[in-house]
Every structure is written in C-alpha cells, then in structure tokens.
Design a protein around this ligand. Sequence first.
Ligand code: ADP
Length: 277
Amino acid sequence: PRPDHSTTDGGSVAPPTAARGIPLVAVDHLAKSFGAHEVLKDISFTVEPGTVTCVIGPSGSGKTTLLRSLDALEIPDAGVVRVGDCTVDFGEIHPGPKRRLDRRTRELLATLRSKSGMVFQAHNLFAHRTVLQNLLEGPVVVQGEPVAQATERARRLLDEVGLSAHVDKYPFQLSGGQQQRVGIARALALRPQVVLFDEPTSALDPELVGEVLGVMKTLAAEGWTMVVVTHELRFARQVADQVLFIDEGLVVERGTPEQVIGDPQQARTKAFLRRIM
Ligand code: ADP
C-alpha cells in the first residue's frame, strides 16, 4: 500500500498524532507455536499513544516473537493485533502449502507492517549504501515517496540522532553505536505510528550503550509510541510508562515500572529480577 504523501509535511520528523484515550496498539489473546513448542501462549495488552512499553523477561520467553508478531514478521496462530486503524485477526489467516498466503492477506499484513518501524538487535543496514541511502530505501523504493521530500526528512532524522556529519559514510565507517542510531533513524524514516525495538543495545560494547539509550530517551520525550524489548532495567525504570514481564509465553505481570520492577507481586517476576539485578 502506498500512502498518500500529497498532504503530509514530508520534512516533519515529529511523531504522528493519534487520538488520545484510545490504545494505539491492542494485542488480544495472541498465540504462536514453533512445531510443538508453544512460544506465545496467550498474550494480551494495550499500548496508549505516546507512551513507552518495556517488555522484560528471561531469554527464550517469547519477547522477540511477540515483537515480530506486531510487525507481521511472524504470523501468529491465533489472536488479534491492532495497530492504529489496521486490525489483523491471525485466527483467520490460514497459510496454504509452503506457507503461501493469498493476495488479500498479504496486503493486509503489509498494511500492518507499514504501521510500525522495527529496530533490530544488530542494525542490519545495507552495507553497500551510504547512511543517507539507507534511510531512503524504504520511503522511496518501497513506499514511493518523492526523493526530494524523503531526503529532507532523512537529513532531519540523522540530525536528530546526532549523525549529520556522517550522512555520506558507509556503515563500516561508523561505530556500533552510530550504526544502531542509523538503524533507529531508518525505522523512523518510514513514518511509523509505533517504533519497535528488539534489544537495541544488547549487541553493543558497554561504552556504546549510553548513546543509543540517550537517543531512545529523546524519542520518548518527543512523544513517539515505543515498544522496547530490553534487559536495561535502569532505562525501563526511567523511561517506561508500562512494563510487561513475560515468562513462558504469558504476561505474568503488567504495570508501571514502580510496580513491576520496584514492587513485583509474582514469584516469577521476583526471581527474574533477583537474577539480573
Ligand atoms: P526471547 O526474545 O524472549 O529470548 P524468542 O521469542 O526469541 O524469546 O524465542 C522464544 C522461543 O522460540 C525460543 O525457544 C526460540 O528458540 C524459539 N523460536 C524463535 N523463533 C523460532 C523459529 N523461527 N523456529 C523455531 N523456534 C523458534
């Protein structure tokens, strides 16, 4: 689906406005198995516009699978995901032989995908394209946005993540922290309604973690809606409006950081926090 760019301010890097009081993201009874392994058992939660949700939990508990389901990179077996005005009932999607999906379903999943921008653990930038070209690929090639408009916005985004001096460099010429900041700017270049982060600092050397978390704090303060899978509890305490503790494919505990991290009620949450603090 190609968004209509004619009436939008192509240069703006502000988060999109969303109706207040209505969750921007709603996940209802999501389930996903890989073979006999039930990775997501029954996951439900909502995300209010302009808020940060941090997803914490043990390794292998299904956090990445959940995040990828929001972006339709995984196809859950059951449950409903709504982002903005796009609702996908995964229970009604039945892949054919070789996991083929019919055209209507592919278009629906593409629409869902267009609502969010994903920042991966390792940035996976295009190695043979400059920083600026990396930001233009999605808007221009995939979404059909005019080059001049996409370029103006890309430059502003790179300025915002502190990389205006590096627009014409190639990824290998940047530090890991700079590369990850390009990854964030690239996700924002697609003008998502929600930004998904999958352990964005876990592949970084410790001294580079701060600059990436700093950019994420700025985005949060600007009002971007963010869902962040992270082990950075300090970040979660400082920035999250909501924390989900996930274990064995279930939301074990959900609340403010003060509640979930500061005063956990469930034995499994307590045990997890003791292990990682
Ligand atoms: P987390 O992000 O909490 O560490 P994941 O969502 O990455 O957890 O993985 C949850 C479980 O699902 C793990 O046991 C993982 O091995 C399994 N898993 C994830 N993706 C696949 C896949 N494509 N095929 C088979 N198993 C998978």
